[in-house]
Design a protein around this ligand. Structure first.
Ligand SMILES: O=C(O)CCC(=O)C(=O)O
Ligand SMILES: [Fe+2]
Length: 278
């Protein structure tokens, strides 16, 4: 029987007692609502083949292949492999793979005109220590912004690209590195809950539209300082067989990227976009 435990007052819930391969619509609706309420949903103890993981993922929306072509599963473009091919041919640790998602707090897909609604990971191999994923709420970040900062971003658009101002886009194929920035409101209402969120990503934002470069950089620094509201964080310690889905419209995340490099930490990952309605 489905049991749900909230992990912190704002972010994170863990569901147990279900098999996602055989879940009726009513149970799924409960999970989905929990996910909207808690922004991050963990389902524990699943044993899945790739097609089963994809079928479950499609219940949340449209599964879209990630722009990093080199890290897609060779037989299944919708699935990105995390933690695979970690060592270069010269034996050196490839930091773009080892530290993927670990450079800064971020939201996935802000470089797309239609950003990812959700990202979902399935834990295939887990190291003996480290390798957690950290989450925090964009709603809490917005609510806690000082009034002056709230007014300076109201109605403003951010311009986002893969790699941001540092242009760290080594996981993209060279021909995919020059896409035009995508523009999104920095105060962005969630399409399903209607709640306002601070939609921001210091590693993808290029500039804030309509501002001088120095002003834009200054505001980006201030938002970076305010994006994580103490008390809105959840740190997920992985178990093999966990499925974790996070809502990119209202949460930030970051990989701890601190596990022993000679151990495996492998996830299947999907990016999910909105379908009409939800
Ligand atoms: O590996 C992780 O813990 C998260 C990586 C990440 O940022 C992502 O998959 O979007
Ligand atoms: Fe990410």
């Amino acid at each position: 029987m489905l049991e749900i435990q909230r992990m912190t007052p704002r972010v994170g819930a863990i569901a147990t007692g279900i098999d996602v391969r055989a879940m009726d619509d009513q149970t799924f609706d409960t999970l989905y609502q929990t996910w909207l309420d808690c922004n991050v949903l963990v389902v524990r103890g699943q044993e899945l083949q790739m097609d089963e993981f994809l079928a479950y993922s499609r219940r949340f929306g449209l599964v879209d292949p990630h722009p990093s072509i080199s890290t897609r599963h060779p037989d299944c473009p919708e699935i990105t492999l995390l933690g695979v091919n970690k060592f270069n041919t010269d034996g050196k640790l490839n930091m773009s793979i080892y530290r993927r998602g670990g450079h800064s707090w971020h939201t996935d897909g802000a470089y797309d005109q239609v950003p990812f609604k959700a990202t979902q990971l399935y834990a295939v191999a887990i190291p003996s220590r480290g390798g957690d994923t950290l989450f925090a709420s964009m709603y809490a970040a917005y609510d806690a912004l000082p009034t002056a900062l709230k007014s300076s971003i109201e109605g403003r658009l951010g311009a986002f690209v893969y790699g941001g101002r540092d242009r760290d886009n080594s996981l993209l194929n060279p021909e995919d590195r020059d896409k035009a920035p995508a523009l999104h409101p920095l105060v962005r209402a969630h399409s399903e809950t209607g709640r306002k969120a601070l939609y921001f990503d210091p590693g993808k934002i290029l500039r804030i539209e309509g501002m001088k470069p120095e002003e834009s950089d200054e505001l980006i620094d201030q938002l970076t300082e305010h994006m994580i509201e103490a008390g809105s964080e959840y740190r997920h310690q992985w178990q093999k067989g966990d499925i974790v889905i996070w809502d990119n419209r209202c949460s930030y995340h970051k990989a701890a990227a601190d596990y022993p490099p000679d151990e495996d930490r492998i996830h299947w990952r999907v990016s999910i976009k909105e379908l009409q309605g939800r």
